[in-house]
Design a protein around this ligand. Structure first.
Ligand code: SF4
Length: 378
C-alpha cells in the first residue's frame, strides 16, 4: 500500500482513511522511516527550510472547573488551596513588558467566572495593548457560556469578538469520536457540537487552530476518524491555521493513574513522531502548518521532529501551567534567541510569525499551485 500512498502524495491527491490507518499501524522500522521521509518531503515542498514560532503567553484565567475530564491535572475545586481566579490587574501584570504578540486565553468552567467576567478580563489585555492577538476560548467554553447565559453560540462568539477575541482555540477536541469522549470527558460537548461551534467561529471570520489529544485509551482507528473530521471541516471553511498534536501527559492526571494500574505504557516519542508524520501526509492539501510541541517532549525532541513533517515549534510560551500540572518538566519559556539559534543549528531558517501565519499569505498559495500542477507522476 505504501507505493500507492507515495504516488498519491507526489500527485497531490488526498490519501484515504484506510491508507491513513495503514500508516498509523506500520510496525516495520524501515517502512516507518519511509513514512517520516515522505512527510518531510511534503513539508519541504510546502514550507522549504522555514521553521516558524510565535512569541506568546498562555493565560489561564482560572483553574477552578466544574468538569472532571480524566486526562486533566489542571482543574481544581473552588475550595482547594491553590485554586485561583485572575483579576484584570493581575492579567495586565502578566503581560506587561513581555513584548509578546499573542495570548492564548482559556480557563476552567465555573460560576466564579461568568461570561461577563471572562470578557472583562479579555478587554483588560486589549486595553493594555490592542496589538496583542487574543487567541481565546475553545468550543467547550463557548458552549458553557451559551448554556449559562441562554445566548446562542453565535451570540457568545460575537460578544467575545467585541471584547477582543481575534481567533478561536481549537482545543477541547481531544478525540473527535464520541465513544472515546464518553470515557475520557463524558460531560464535555460531543464531536458534532465541537465542529458546529468551530464552524460558527469561522463563519464569523475567526481563524482557529485544530488539535488532537492522543496517547491515552484511544486506538489508531479513532485517530483516523478525528483527522477525517478536521479535514472535512477545513475543506468546507478553509479557516484552520494549523494542526497541533498534543501528546497526553499521564503523570498527574487521573487517567494516567488508571493506565499505570493497568500496566499500559507507550513509546511516547515514537507515537509523537508518527502522529506528526501521518497528519502531515493526511492534510497535505488542506492544512499547511503542523506544529510540534516542545512543552510536552522538550526542545531537543521538537527540533528532531522537524525532520518528520512539522514546520512550526509553537510558542515561546511564558506561563505554561497546564502541561506542568500534568507532569511536563520542560520549563515554561524558550526565548526568541534560543529558538532562532536551535533552528539555525540544523540548517533551517527561523521565522517569528503572528498567530495566523500572515507571512505565508504573501507567498503564492502552495495549495493553489498544487491544485493546478501538471501531470501524474508514477
Ligand atoms: S480539561 Fe478543561 S474542562 Fe476538562 S476538567 Fe480540565 S479545565 Fe475543566
Amino acid at each position: 500500500m505504501f507505493p500507492e500512498i507515495k504516488r498519491k502524495v507526489l500527485n497531490h491527491q488526498d490519501i484515504t482513511n484506510e491508507e491513513a490507518l495503514y500508516l498509523f499501524e506500520i510496525e516495520d522500522k524501515e517502512l516507518l522511516q519511509d513514512v517520516f521521509d515522505l512527510a518531510n518531503y511534503i513539508n519541504e515542498e510546502q514550507n522549504g527550510n522555514v521553521v516558524s514560532f510565535v512569541h506568546n503567553m498562555n493565560i489561564n484565567f482560572t483553574n477552578v472547573c466544574e468538569l472532571h475530564c480524566t486526562f486533566c491535572a489542571f482543574r481544581r475545586n473552588g475550595n482547594e488551596e491553590d485554586a485561583f481566579v485572575l483579576s484584570e490587574e493581575g492579567i495586565v501584570e502578566k503581560v506587561r513588558g513581555k513584548g509578546i504578540t499573542e495570548i492564548t486565553y482559556q480557563g476552567g468552567l465555573t460560576d466564579r467566572v461568568p461570561l461577563e467576567k471572562a470578557l472583562s478580563l479579555l478587554r483588560a489585555v486589549k486595553d493594555y495593548d490592542r496589538e496583542i492577538h487574543c487567541h481565546a476560548f475553545s468550543p467547550e467554553e463557548i458552549a458553557y457560556y451559551s448554556e449559562k447565559t441562554g445566548k446562542s453560540y453565535r451570540e457568545v462568539i460575537a460578544d467575545s469578538i467585541q471584547s477582543g477575541m481575534d481567533s478561536m482555540c481549537g482545543t477541547a477536541a481531544e478525540i473527535l469520536d464520541d465513544e472515546i469522549r464518553a470515557k475520557v470527558c463524558p460531560t464535555k460537548i460531543n464531536s458534532d457540537t465541537w465542529i458546529e461551534i468551530i464552524k460558527c467561529g469561522h463563519e464569523l471570520g475567526l481563524h482557529s487552530t485544530s488539535t488532537i489529544l492522543f496517547g491515552h485509551i484511544e486506538e489508531p482507528k479513532h485517530w483516523v476518524r478525528h483527522l477525517n473530521r478536521i479535514r472535512d471541516l477545513q475543506k468546507e471553511t478553509g479557516m484552520i491555521t494549523e494542526f497541533i498534536p498534543l501528546l497526553f501527559m499521564p503523570d498527574n492526571a487521573p487517567l494516567g493513574r488508571v493506565l499505570e494500574r493497568k500496566g499500559i505504557e507507550q513509546d511516547r516519542s515514537s507515537l509523537q513522531l508518527r502522529m506528526l508524520a501521518v497528519s502531515r501526509i493526511y492534510f497535505q492539501n488542506t492544512i499547511r502548518n503542523i506544529q510540534t510541541s516542545w512543552v510536552k517532549m522538550g526542545l531537543d525532541f521538537a527540533i528532531q521532529s522537524l525532520q518528520c513533517g512539522a514546520n512550526d515549534v509553537g510558542g515561546t510560551l511564558y506561563s505554561e501551567t497546564i502541561t506542568r500540572n500534568a507532569g511536563g518538566t520542560h520549563g515554561e519559556y524558550v526565548s526568541v534567541d534560543a529558538f532562532e539559534q536551535r533552528i539555525e543549528k540544523i540548517g533551517k531558517v527561523p521565522i517569528q510569525r503572528d498567530t495566523v501565519y500572515s507571512f505565508q499569505k504573501s507567498e503564492e498559495s502552495h495549495l493553489l499551485t498544487s491544485a493546478v500542477r501538471g501531470q501524474e507522476i508514477e
